[in-house]
Design a protein around this ligand. Structure first.
Ligand SMILES: [Zn+2]
Length: 297
């Protein structure tokens, strides 16, 4: 059950986060090290899939970028912090719910089923590691290797070749040197419009490559272009529709049709993941056997 349930029960992610700020603040006050954790980018990336630190200390009145205004930062504002505003995706929702539960905070307005979806989604992205020997904090999770295998497979389908010149042509001709999402003329990098992972089955093909500025790339994270653009242009649906249309045109021009729910492909991907788990377990056993012999037990 990795895909979003039919109905997203949680409030839109930004509002959902704000609903829980009082409880999170109370948790931080009881556990002051959490104030430091929430200002640590790596902690926030691991726990929220959030590219920005959740909290920033207030050093003056002027609001840093990527943060909510004092009013929206709620009780954290009085406590001396800004709260990041960069919540956009279903992945953020899933991680946020799991974070709340880990801190003993009850998520508001969501069912057990929705919480189960959140937990499965987070597990899938490999932040917890439960190997045969037991869970280990910050160990490399099998899910990381499985995700890498899926990315490898999806990055080499089908028989298509392209070189840097082809990519440069896409940037210049298809997108006029601008970011495919915000339309600004900034330095861009390659983004996969449909992300390459077990959920979305995007591919590394020219028709799925689009230029994105650092800000859009970070905010889009593991979401699809439609999901991201609809959130990004929530106040301007016409603009969202137009940009989605441009990306669809780009995909069609380069003969790219997203696999999405291809009946035959998804089970093969799942089988590949399961096989990899078997291989990992086989080799763990063999190495442990060797080590046991050497220790004479
Ligand atoms: Zn952009």
């Amino acid at each position: 059950m990795s895909q979003l349930p039919i109905r997203n029960e949680a409030a839109p992610i930004g509002a959902f986060v704000r609903q829980h700020l009082p409880q999170i603040l109370a948790y931080c006050q009881a556990n002051p090290e959490e104030f430091a954790n929430l200002q640590d980018r790596e902690y926030c990336l691991t726990n929220f899939r959030q590219s920005y630190a959740v909290l920033r200390a207030r050093t003056g009145e002027s609001k840093p970028s990527k943060c909510w205004a004092a009013k929206s930062s709620g009780p954290f504002s009085d406590a001396g912090y800004w709260v990041t505003s960069e919540w956009v995706s279903n992945l953020h929702t899933a991680h946020f719910i799991v974070y709340l539960i880990s801190k003993g905070i009850e998520p508001i307005g969501v069912s057990e089923d929705f919480i189960a979806w959140a937990q499965e989604t987070v597990d899938e992205f490999g932040t917890t590691s439960a190997a045969p020997g037991g869970a280990r904090y910050r160990s490399t999770a099998l899910g990381v290797a499985q995700n890498a295998l899926v990315r490898y497979l999806l990055s080499n389908l089908p028989y298509e070749t392209f070189a840097q010149d082809d990519w440069e042509a896409v940037k210049a001709r298809d997108f006029g040197g601008t970011c495919a999402y915000c339309g600004e003329t900034k330095k861009t990098t390659i983004d996969h419009a449909v992300p390459i992972n077990r959920i979305h089955l995007g591919e590394h093909r020219l028709g799925n490559l689009v230029p994105a500025c650092g800000s859009c790339n970070g905010r889009k994270s593991n979401t699809t272009y439609t999901e991201f653009l609809e959130t990004f242009y929530a106040a301007d649906p016409e603009q969202a529709r137009m940009r989605i249309g441009d990306l669809d045109t780009h995909a069609a021009k380069h003969d790219y049709q997203p696999i999405e729910d291809h009946e035959g492909v998804r089970p093969i991907i799942e089988e590949a993941r399961a096989k990899l788990a078997e291989v990992a377990s086989l080799y763990l056993d063999r190495i442990n056997e060797q080590l046991a012999q050497q220790r004479g037990c």
